[in-house]
Design a protein around this ligand. Structure first.
Ligand code: F6R
Length: 357
């Protein structure tokens, strides 16, 4: 039940710190070490390449997961949109393992791929919020998100749960391979949960941003590089699906290859900067759009902030920034939709789980 909350979406955004703490607990043993089922570990360690298959928001979580898995567990990982993969299968490695990411576990596009790869004799792991769902039953292995029911059509806490579970998977695999681990993930995820709480407490700031930048907007842009780029795609999806404002996410460096032509006087451009190695390049992109009249709203992370940034996120581990930078995106979309009188929890033309191909 949504209790005192006006919308499920707002409740589910607020639940994120709790979900992260629940995940830490569910995936820890009595010694406080992160653990994953031995059979799953075995399957991953036998694979020479991981293929993440997902749709929509889950695909965006997969983009982040790929980064974390490659950086911690050193396993080459590809991420594919489910609806494309089935019709245009890439050349597979010798020993692929498939990872299906799906909140509902019922997405038909993903299931079509699962059926295909099972026929080919490959193994699959499903990461889902729904025990007993189709994708869970038909895969060889399941990891649960433990996010609690997600009712709002726009996915929020499932996304952060997916990224958190993928990061745990990456850490446990890395440890099982004897790789040097320079991140204390339990500690870092704890910091993330507290940072999320802080952000939920400052929601008024994001309501003000939505009002300042989006009250009269017909279109908007989200730009970032590397991990921030993945979160920009998610921010744009959130905004378009519930507020119906056209929103596009771009890699900062791609702007000059075309999209910059769309920038007009006053066009809102949301900018994420949480990654030290691309802080200066993304700032360069801000100058490019500002010179064309864009109204840039820069959200940076503590330690990387500069004069004029609209909001500074609390500092978290650089691999985990998507868990917190997505929170302002969720709130901005929520308030933009609310201000426009949209049906936040049930946007037009959309269903919570897409069970047709
Ligand atoms: C966006 C959204 C969708 C889903 C997509 C996949 O807010 O909710 O893009 O992420 O339909 O759904 P699942 O994760 O259930 O497979």
């Amino acid at each position: 039940e949504k209790g005192t909350y006006p919308h499920y979406m707002l409740k589910e955004i607020d639940e994120q710190p709790f979900v992260i703490r629940t995940i830490i607990q569910k995936y820890s043993n009595d010694n406080g070490e992160l653990v994953i089922d031995q059979n799953i570990l075995g399957a991953i360690n036998q694979a020479d390449r991981l293929y993440i298959i997902a749709a929509g928001t889950s695909y965006h979580a997969g983009m982040v997961g790929k980064n974390i898995i490659e950086r911690l567990a050193k396993i080459p990982t590809e991420v594919h949109v489910a609806s494309e993969f089935g019709y245009n299968m890439p050349l597979l490695s010798e020993k692929p393992l498939f990872i299906f990411i799906s909140q509902s576990g019922e997405t038909a596009d993903s299931r079509a791929v699962l059926v295909q790869i099972k026929k080919m004799g490959y193994q699959a792991l499903t990461i889902t919020n729904v025990p007993g769902s189709t994708l869970s039953r038909e895969a060889d292995y399941t990891l649960l998100l433990h996010a609690g029911p997600e009712i709002a059509v726009a996915s929020t806490k499932a996304y952060t749960a997916q990224v958190a579970v993928l990061s745990i998977l990456a850490e446990v695999v890395a440890r099982s391979k004897g790789l040097p681990i320079d991140v204390d993930l339990v500690h870092e995820l704890g910091i993330v949960a507290s940072a999320m709480e802080e952000l939920c407490d400052t929601r008024d700031a994001f309501e003000q941003i939505a009002s300042d930048y989006l009250s009269f907007a017909r279109s908007s842009f989200f730009i970032g590089r590397t991990l921030d780029y993945a979160v920009c795609l998610e921010g744009a999806l959130k905004l378009k699906e519930i507020s119906y404002i056209q929103a596009e996410g771009f890699a900062g460096g791609e702007l000059k290859h075309g999209p910059i032509a769309l920038i007009e006087e006053g066009t809102p451009v949301f900018v994420l900067s949480t990654q030290e190695n691309v802080n200066l390049p993304i700032r360069g992109n801000v100058k490019e759009v500002a010179a064309r009249g864009a109204n840039a709203c820069i959200i940076s992370m503590k330690g990387l902030e500069m004069d004029g940034d609209r909001f500074v996120l609390p500092q978290v581990h650089e691999l985990l920034t998507p868990l917190i930078s997505v929170v302002p995106m969720q709130f901005i979309a929520y308030y933009a939709a609310l201000h426009r009188g949209c049906d936040v929890d049930k946007p037009r033309n959309l269903a919570k789980s897409v069970t047709v191909e």
